[in-house]
Design a protein around this ligand. Structure first.
Ligand code: TPP
Ligand code: DXP
Ligand code: MG
Length: 627
C-alpha cells in the first residue's frame, strides 16, 4: 500500500483482517526504511504498529483523544493520520517532529517528549469532557517505562478516586530504553508469565474470537480476572487503585486487540488495557536489544544494521569520559555509588554497572526519586554520582533545592545533554539548567571546556567531597585526555585562554564553546582576550572585577543557553552590586523555545553561531555600533 496516500484513519474500518495485517507489514517496512535514512526512534515504533492500527480502527480520532506518553513512539499514528510523506524530513529543521505536535495535525491532541505526563493530561481531558457534557473517549498510551514515572502514579491515584472514564493503554514491552526495572515491572512480569493466567488467557482468547461481544465476554473477563485475583495474582495494582483491568493482550494480534479495545470502549469505569508487545519487532537487529541500542538510532545500513556515520573512532562522548573518570574513582573508593534514572546507555554508564553492579542503581524513569535518593545516600555516608540529562533534570528542581543544596549534602551530578541537542528539539534542549540552578545556594556549577577539565573537576569533587557539585556536559564527542587522579582544579577560578598585551577586546565564554572560539579567532588572527568562565557558580570574582574595571575595552559574553538567568545575568547582578558601571554585549538564546534540526542549523537560526560571534567582535573592535 502507498502509505503517502493515506489522508486519515477512517479507512481502517473498511479493511478486512488480512488487509489490516498487510497494512501492518507495510507500515513496519516503511518505518525501518525511513528511519534508516533519517535516524530516529526505531524499536519503540516497530513494537506499536498493530496496537496503533487497532486504536485508530476502534476509536474515532480526533474526536476520541488518542495520544502517546513521551511521544517517541508516535510514528505509526503519524502515518495513519496523513503524514507518511513527511517522513523524509523526520526530526529535520522545519521538518516532521519526532514527537506529537499540535501544529502538525488535529490528531495530535497532546504533546510531550518528557515521560509520564500522558495520564495526568488524560484525567484532565476526561473531567473537562464530563463537565462539558461531551462524550468522546480519552485513550492515553503509556509504556511500561513511563507508567512508573512519579507523575503517572500521581495521576493513577487521582483517576482511581473519580468516575470520569479514561481508557489507559499500557504498552508493555518489558523495556524502557534498556530493560524495565522495579516493582511494577515485576508485577507485569508475573501477570504475563503466569501459566494459569496464560491458560485462562487462551480460553479468554477463544471466547473473544467466537463469543458474542458485550455482556458474555465481559462476564468471562470478570471471571478470569477474579480467578486470577483469587487464585494466582493478588489484585492487580490497577484494581487496587479502583480501575478495571483487561489483559494481558497480544499486542501484535490486531483482531484480538480490536475485540479488547471495543470491550474497553463499552466498559463503564476507567480501565487499563494491558497490551504485551515486542520492542523492535520486525527488524532482527532491533529485536532482543537489551541495551536499547535501537531505541534511538542514527541513520543505518538496512542490511548490516551498521550505523552509517559512526563518527571519529578516536573521539569519545563527554558522557563516556565522565563515566570513565568516575569508574577510576569507584575502583579506589568503595563509598562511591552511581545512579541513573533509566539512562544507562545515554549516559554511557554501562561499564559502571558492569564492574560495580552492587554500587550502581537504575531507578527507572524517576528523576525526582533519583535526586532525593542521591541525597539519602549522601546523608548515609556514601558518595553518590548521578547523571541526568539537563532537560530531564528539570523534573527534579525541588529535590536539588530542598533535599540536596539546602542540607548542603555532598554529591556529584553530571548534567548530561546540556545545551542545544539537535533533532530531539525544544523538549530536550538543555538550555535551562544554568538559570534554574544558579540561584540555589551551596552548589558548585561547572562547565568544562575539554576532557582535561572534565576529569580534573571529577577529581576535585572526589578529593573534596564536601558540597553539591554539578557539572554540565553537552551531547557529542571530543578528543579524550587522561589526567592523573590527583590532578585537580581550584574552585571558582576562571582562566585566560589567550591574550596579547594589546588585546582589543575581551570575550567571555565557557564549556565546549571555548575551544571552538579559540580556533576561529586564531584562524582569523583576531587580537581578542578569551576568558574561560568555567565556574558559573561561584564566579571568579577577582577576575570579573579586574575585567570589568581595568579599562573600557569592549566585552562580549557568549553563551548557547537562554539569556534569562544565564552567566550574563549573573555578571550584570555582580556589576550592579559592586557599583561597576560597565556595559557589555551578550550573545545567548532569546526568550523562546528553539527548534529541532542539526545543532548548526539551530545555532544559525538563533544567531548564536560562531560567525555571528565573530561579526560582533569585529564590530566592537572597529567601534561600529549597529542597533
Ligand atoms: C522525564 C524523562 N526521563 C527520561 C526520558 C528518556 N526516555 C525517553 S523514552 C524512555 C523509555 C520509555 O519507555 P516506555 O515508556 O516503556 O516506552 P517504549 O520505548 O518501551 O515504548 C526514556 C527513559 C524522557 N523522555 N523523559
Ligand atoms: C525520547 C527520549 O527522550 C530519548 O530517547 C532521547 O531522545 C535520547 O536522547 P539521546 O539520543 O541524546 O541520548
Ligand atoms: Mg517499554
Amino acid at each position: 500500500m502507498d502509505l503517502t496516500k493515506i489522508k486519515g484513519p477512517s479507512f481502517l474500518k473498511e479493511l478486512t483482517e488480512k488487509e489490516l495485517n498487510d497494512l501492518a507489514k507495510d507500515i513496519r517496512q516503511f518505518i525501518i526504511e525511513s528511519v534508516s535514512q533519517t535516524g530516529g526512534h526505531l524499536s519503540s515504533n516497530l513494537g506499536i504498529v498493530e496496537l496503533t492500527i487497532a486504536l485508530h480502527y476502534v476509536f474515532n480520532s480526533p474526536e476520541d483523544k488518542i495520544f502517546f506518553d513521551v511521544g517517541h513512539q508516535c510514528y505509526v499514528h503519524k502515518i495513519l493520520t496523513g503524514r507518511a510523506k513527511d517522513f523524509t524530513h523526520l526530526r529535520k529543521f522545519n521538518g516532521l517532529s519526532g514527537f506529537q505536535k499540535r501544529c502538525e495535525s488535529k490528531h495530535d491532541v497532546w504533546e510531550a517528549g518528557h515521560s509520564s505526563t500522558a495520564l495526568s493530561a488524560a484525567v484532565a481531558m476526561a473531567i473537562a469532557r464530563d463537565l462539558n457534557k461531551e462524550s468522546f473517549s480519552v485513550v492515553p498510551v503509556v509504556g511500561d517505562g513511563a507508567i512508573v514515572g512519579g507523575e503517572s502514579l500521581e495521576a493513577l491515584n487521582h483517576l482511581g478516586s473519580i468516575n470520569n472514564k479514561v481508557i489507559l493503554i499500557l504498552n508493555d514491552n518489558q523495556m524502557s530504553i534498556s530493560k524495565s526495572i522495579g516493582g511494577m515491572n515485576n508485577f507485569l512480569n508475573n501477570v504475563r508469565m503466569s501459566n494459569t493466567y496464560n491458560k485462562m488467557k487462551d480460553d479468554y482468547r477463544s471466547i473473544l474470537q467466537h463469543g458474542k461481544l458485550g455482556e458474555g465476554v465481559y462476564k468471562a473477563t470478570k471471571y478470569i480476572k477474579d480467578f486470577v485475583k483469587r487464585g494466582f495474582i493478588n489484585d492487580t495494582i490497577f484494581e487496587d487503585f479502583g480501575i478495571d483491568y483487561l489483559g494481558p493482550v497480544d499486542g501484535h494480534n490486531i483482531v484480538e486487540l480490536i475485540r479488547v479495545l471495543q470491550l474497553a470502549q463499552k466498559n463503564k469505569k476507567s480501565v487499563v488495557v494491558h497490551v504485551v508487545t515486542e520492542k523492535g519487532k520486525g527488524y532482527s537487529f532491533a529485536e532482543n536489544d537489551q541495551e536499547g541500542k535501537w531505541h534511538g538510532t542514527p541513520p543505518f545500513n538496512l542490511k548490516s544494521g551498521r550505523v552509517l556515520s559512526s563518527g571519529n573512532p578516536s573521539k569519545k562522548s563527554w558522557s563516556e569520559i565522565i563515566s570513565d573518570q568516575v569508574l577510576q574513582w569507584m575502583k579506589i573508593d568503595k563509598d562511591i555509588v552511581s545512579i541513573t534514572p533509566a539512562m544507562i546507555k545515554g549516559s554511557a554508564m554501562n561499564n559502571l554497572f558492569k564492574v560495580f553492579p552492587e554500587r550502581c542503581f537504575d531507578v527507572g524513569i524517576a528523576e525526582e526519586h533519583a535526586l532525593t535518593f542521591t541525597a539519602g545516600l549522601s546523608i548515609s555516608q556514601k558518595k553518590p554520582f548521578i547523571s541526568v540529562y539537563s532537560s530531564f533534570l528539570q523534573r527534579a528542581y525541588d529535590q536539588i533545592n530542598h533535599d540536596i543544596a539546602r542540607m548542603d549534602l555532598p554529591c556529584l551530578c553530571s548534567i548530561d545533554r546540556a545545551g542545544i541537542v539537535g533533532e530531539d528539539g525544544p523538549t530536550h534542549h538543555g538550555v535551562f539548567d544554568v538559570s534554574i540552578l544558579s540561584p540555589i545556594p551551596n552548589i558548585v556549577l561547572f562547565a568544562p571546556k575539554d576532557a582535561r577539565e572534565l576529569r580534573q573537576f571529577v577529581n576535585t569533587a572526589f578529593h573534596n567531597f564536601n558540597k553539591p557539585y554539578f557539572i554540565r556536559i553537552p551531547r557529542g564527542s571530543i578528543d579524550d585526555i587522561k589526567v592523573d587522579y590527583n590532578n585537580q582544579l581550584e574552585l571558582g577560578t576562571w582562566t585566560i585562554e589567550s591574550c596579547k598585551d594589546d588585546y582589543k577586546m575581551t570575550l567571555i565564554c565557557y564549556g565546549d564553546n571555548v575551544e571552538k572560539i579559540k580556533t576561529i579567532i586564531k584562524s582569523k588572527h583576531l587580537n581578542i582576550r578569551i576568558i574561560n568562565a568555567r565556574f558559573i557558580k561561584p564566579i571568579d570574582e577577582d577576575m570579573v572585577h579586574k575585567i570589568f574595571t581595568e579599562n573600557d575595552k569592549p566585552i562580549l559574553v557568549y553563551e548557547t543557553i537562554l539569556k534569562t538567568g544565564s552567566l550574563g545575568s549573573i555578571l550584570l547582578t555582580y556589576c550592579n552590586e559592586k557599583h561597576i558601571l560597565r556595559t557589555f554585549e551578550h550573545i545567548a538564546l532569546a526568550d523562546h523555545y528553539s527548534k529541532q534540526g542539526s545543532v548548526q542549523e539551530i545555532y544559525d537560526d538563533e544567531k548564536i553561531d560562531l560567525d555571528t560571534v565573530i561579526n560582533k567582535c569585529e564590530e566592537l573592535m572597529n567601534g561600529k555600533k549597529e542597533n
